[in-house]
Ligand binder design. Structure first.
Ligand code: C5P
Length: 220
């Protein structure tokens, strides 16, 4: 598997733990996801550390608020120099457009590339109908953002309906025959990529393993 397609979820709550995972995994992975646990524990320092390893950050804070607030939060995300961040697609079209505006304005001001913005369709820990996911994905595309977070089960339909020029990022990735934990709509890396995912997010199966590198290698 192409290592550029893997995103590792750094779901830990100290810089020390983050550093341990980066030491082990940064030679094998280009993008690391910082979510609520790490960001609310350590803040911008967590982002800076990934950049010190010369790796990219996906800031997974799933913005969901009034358009003006999301616009300003998106400016802040762009200012941190992240590669990608996300908003809830269910926050509506005006909110997604505001996220785009904020990210564009700030990155232009800073003279850096605009972060890619994803809309979260329906969390992979929740059962959902394909129609619900497709409607949210369509709304994300019409708002002008770059793609969606969606399960492997829906990736195929999204790719077919919304075309090639739209990112699909898929969490809920599990090696064959392992625990799903709280995720419901899971897939193996191969299944997710075959279904049309551009990137796959892998968390606990790798980060909580005794030997994270070995598990990662076995999944590739
Ligand atoms: O540990 P696990 O592989 O389940 O981690 C999946 C990661 O992807 C978690 O950090 C979770 O917050 C995130 N995520 C998700 N579903 C979404 C968006 C993000 O599971 N729709």
């Amino acid at each position: 598997m192409d290592k550029d397609k893997i995103i590792i979820a750094l779901d830990v709550n100290t810089i020390k733990e983050e550093q341990r995972l980066l030491d082990i995994l940064s030679p094998h992975v280009n993008i690391f996801k910082i979510g609520m646990e790490l960001f609310y524990s350590c803040g911008a320092k967590a982002v800076e550390l990934v950049k010190k390893y010369d790796r990219e950050v996906f800031l997974d804070l799933k913005f969901h608020d009034i358009p003006n607030t999301v616009k300003n939060a998106s400016k802040a995300a762009a200012k941190l120099g992240v590669f990608m961040f996300n908003v809830h697609a269910s926050g509506g079209s005006d909110m997604m457009k505001a996220a785009l505006e904020g990210a564009e304005e700030e990155s232009e001001k800073m003279g850096i590339g605009k972060p890619k913005i994803l809309g979260v369709t329906v969390l992979t820990s929740i059962e959902s109908s394909q129609d619900q996911v497709l409607n949210l994905a369509r709304s994300a595309k019409e708002s002008g953002i770059d793609g969606v977070v969606a399960s492997a089960q829906e990736a195929k339909a999204i790719r077919k309906k919304l075309g090639e020029d739209f990112l699909i990022v898929t969490p809920g990735i599990r090696p064959k025959d392992t625990e799903k934990q709280d995720q419901k709509r899971t897939a193996t890396p191969q299944e997710a990529l075959q279904a049309g995912a551009d990137y796959i997010i892998i968390g606990r199966p790798v980060t909580k393993a005794k030997d994270p590198k070995k598990v990662l290698e076995a999944m590739k």
